[in-house]
Structures are given as C-alpha cells and as structure tokens.
Design a protein around this ligand. Structure first.
Ligand SMILES: Cc1ncc(COP(=O)(O)O)c(C=O)c1O
Length: 475
C-alpha cells in the first residue's frame, strides 16, 4: 500500500484494540427511542425481546414496496419470520425500532469495515456538505480518492467512479468487450456481479438465496454470450476456451466468493485463470466489490499476488455511501469516454459526499495493524462458532480471510456452489432466528458471507461464540 500524502492524526483514537469499547448510542437516537421504551442492551435484551414495531413497519412496507424491501435478501425469506427494521447503527452495533441491540456481522453488506457511523467520517461529511452535496462537475475529492485507489490496488492505473457495484460490473463488461473486440464472457456459478442482464445466469446472492431461476425479463439475447463454469473448476474453463476459440473477451470472478456463502479459490485455479486469459488474449476481471480493501488494503489481488487486467470495486470505497468503481491498465481504461469511444456516464458519479466517506474510510484502513486485527478477531469468531457447532454434534464447516467469513451446515469441503447447496438451510434458518434473539445479527442467508470490522471487540466475539454455543445445543 503506498501513501498518498494524507497523514493521519498522531493521536488517533481509532487504532484497532482488543479492549472492549462499545460505542455509545447517538444521543439523537437515544432520545427518540426513549419516547417509545428503554433501549434494550444485548445483556438484558432476552427479557423483553419483541419485534412488534418491526413487524408493523414491515407489514406497512409490503404495501408500499415489492416484498417490503428495496433489495431482496433483506426480506429474510430464506430464514423465515420478518426482518428487523433498523433505527440506528454505531461501531459494531445496530438497534432496531423495538429498541433491541445487536452485534452486527453484516456491516451494511461490507462497507462498514471501520465500524458504523464513524465519528471522523461523519465530521468530514458534515464539512463537505457545507459546500454542497452534488456538483455534477469535477471536484478535487475525486482526485484524492482516485489516487488512493490507484496506489492501493495493484492492477489499477486509472479508475472510473460510478454509483454501485452493479454499475461497475456493467461498465467493466462493456469495456472488456470494447477492448478485445470479442463478446463472450465466462462467469462462475454462484458468483454475483450485480443485477445487469448479462450476469443473471446462475447468479449468487439474492438469486441463490431465493433459489430463483434466471430472471424473467432478461432476454435470451442478453445472456447468449455468458458462459458459465463451476467455481474452482479448471477443466470446464479449459474446455470453454477450446470450444469458443477466439471468442472470449473476459473471465470475471469473485476472487473469494461471498455471494454463495464464503468460498475460497484454490491457488491453482487463480494461477490457471491468469494463464489461460493471457494465452487467449482475453481479459481477467476480478470483481472486488466485496473483497476490495477487505482481504487486504490492495484487495484479493494483493492478498493472492495475482494481478488481473481489470478490477471492479464498491462497498468499502464509498464508506457507506453509494459508490462503485472500475479500473485497470491505462491502455484499457483510455478506451472509456471521453478519453476513448466506450460510452459510460453517471449524473451523481464522483459526488463529493461519497468521495469524502471513501477517502476517510481508506485513510483509517491505512493504519498499521488493521488487517492483522481483522484477521485475528475473525479467526477467533469463525473457529469459535465451528468448534461450538461440532461440539454439539452438528455437521459444520467454514473459514475466513481477514474480515470476511462464512460457514455452512455441511462437513465440506466447499469448493463451489454445488458443494454449498449441500448445506442444511433449514437448520441455518433455525440457527439464524435463535441468534437474532441472542442479539447477534448475521447475514439472513446461508449463501452470503459475513463481515467483521475494526470496532468488533474481543468481547463482541466472545459474546457471539457464547450465544452460538447456547443455540447449537437446542438446534
Ligand atoms: C461481488 C459483487 N459484485 C457486485 C455487486 C453489486 O453491487 P451493488 O449491490 O452495489 O450494486 C455485489 C453486491 O453485493 C457484489 O458482492
């Protein structure tokens, strides 16, 4: 990771630490909740656990928005019951509108790596906001975040900011096709690259969670050039390259899968993809929307030492505001308009608020010890959960890298989505609901990875393991 001249305050109070420091609830929220009832902490929560207000709010939401949500997995369909409706977040915690407190391992699906509602990020946002929320014109903050991304991510020499991971994956596909002059792509079963038409083939995330077939509304022509292979399967990819000689523009993958549950690549698989794309004049695309700045500061490509041709980013680089990005070698990126002919644009792209949150989030991640801390607490968490499950006689397997983890209710090993589907999802649903009552918020799907952040303390981890031990016994 290279510095970019943004120095951190020497007396920063945000260094990762193993001491317990549960952040106080923001006073404004405390005030609102107290008018309803006392906030319920993780400790005394069991006595009064109720989701009455969440249920009322969600029932109302279902009349207003499809399924009551604006993104499918949030609806808790695969774990049963109704979702909790969130009132506020801070550090490693979140509070629902009934006043229940949870240790959060979703982190807004990844962005909250430095903890929710970080004081420095909020202060920086307030300063930026004084100058306006959107310019629709160049601003200095874009240069700062672009430099940070370029100096961090090995494959990126130039970057284009967009507003979501979906947009980043749409842009990068068009770019790969424009650069190579070819149209076919290879994607992997259970990998999710946003909801654009060409990627909705054997997709992960909500599509996997809800067990949906490929989506209606996606014309056959949109997916005609999407070839698929099981993850970690060298032979199938080799065969696809042989069958479609000279036609494949790119191979895109999650370098560690998070959208079919947590699945690691084998080292041979990543090395092979690098080699086969090079030999066939195709581009290797790492979709690092989830893994970027999470597995290491330079993402999965730094962690594994394999440099793709193009990379997509999202989540963490927006620090909780909507941002995505794609980037790569200069010669490829200079095809993007207006430097080149490949068109892609965005009204709010590079807006000052999102750039500010991203800059201050990455700045924090540059502090020494960040990724060591994430790896340590996440290792303790996943090993504790798996040990507790095994001790209670359950088939369970899982793993972690840095602040990303997952487990399946199967003995494993899990190399691909077919293996992941052997997991006992009914058992996961029961486990999930019981953990929620214990004040632990996990991703509401067996097919989603979990995330930790710098504000998770050892006490949080121990409480979670204790809760899991208790729940496993009754499962
Ligand atoms: C690997 C990956 N790519 C793309 C996306 C889509 O990003 P967004 O939800 O911001 O559109 C996601 C979302 O979870 C993702 O995990």
């Amino acid at each position: 990771m290279a510095g970019i001249g943004l120095s951190l305050p020497s007396n920063s109070t945000h260094r990762p630490t193993f001491t317990s420091s549960v952040p106080p609830k923001p006073s404004s929220t405390r005030c609102c909740l107290s008018s309803v009832k006392m906030t319920v902490s993780v400790d005394d929560k069991k006595k009064t656990f109720t989701l009455k207000k969440s249920e009322e709010a969600f029932n109302a939401a279902k009349e207003l928005m499809p399924g009551g949500v604006n993104s499918p997995v949030r609806a808790f369909k695969s774990v049963g019951g109704q979702p909790i409706v969130i009132d506020s977040v801070k550090g490693s915690r979140m509070w629902d509108i009934d006043g229940n407190e949870y240790i959060d391992y979703v982190g807004s699906w990844g962005p909250a790596i430095i903890g929710h509602a970080d004081d420095e990020v909020l202060a920086a946002l307030a300063e930026t906001m004084k100058k306006g929320t959107s310019f629709g014109a160049p601003c200095l903050l874009e240069n700062i975040l672009a430099k940070m991304v370029i100096s961090a991510v090995p494959s990126i020499e130039m970057v284009r900011f967009v507003n979501s991971g979906t947009e980043a994956c749409m842009g990068v596909l068009r770019l790969a096709r424009a650069f190579t002059g070819k149209t076919k792509i290879i994607k992997f079963e259970g990998c999710y690259h946003g909801h654009a038409d060409p990627y909705l083939v054997k997709a992960g995330s909500g599509v996997a969670t809800l067990g949906l077939p490929d989506s209606p509304g996606v014309p056959k022509s949109a997916t005609a050039d999407t070839l698929t292979s099981p993850y970690n399967d060298i032979t199938t990819v080799e065969n696809l390259f042989n069958t479609h000689k000279g036609e494949i523009a790119a191979v895109i993958l999650e370098p560690v899968v998070g959208n079919a549950g947590f699945i690691k690549p084998t080292p041979e698989f990543l090395n092979f993809l690098k080699k086969v794309t090079k030999e066939n004049d195709a581009l290797l695309i790492f979709d690092e929307v989830m893994t970027g700045f999470r597995l290491a500061y330079g993402g999965a490509q730094e962690y594994f030492g394999i440099t793709p041709d193009l990379t997509t980013l999202g989540k963490i680089i927006g620090g909780g505001l909507p941002v995505g990005a794609y980037g790569g070698r200069r010669e490829i990126m200079e095809m993007v308009a207006p430097a080149g002919p490949m068109y892609q644009a965005g009204t709010l792209s590079g807006n000052p608020l999102a750039m500010t949150a991203g800059i201050h989030t990455l700045k924090r991640l540059q502090e020494p010890g960040t990724y060591e801390y994430l790896d340590k607490v996440t290792g303790q968490l996943i090993n504790g959960i798996i040990d507790a499950g095994k001790k209670a006689g359950h088939a369970i397997s899982g793993g972690h890298i840095s602040g990303m983890f997952g487990f399946f209710f199967t003995d494993g090993p899990v190399y691909n989505f077919e293996d992941a589907k052997k997991s006992d999802t009914a058992k996961f649903a029961k486990f999930y609901r019981a953990m929620l009552e214990e004040g632990v918020y996990l991703a509401p799907s067996q097919f989603e990875a979990g995330f930790t952040g710098l504000k998770h303390t050892q006490e949080d981890i121990q409480r979670t393991i204790d809760a899991a031990e208790k729940v496993f016994k009754d499962l």
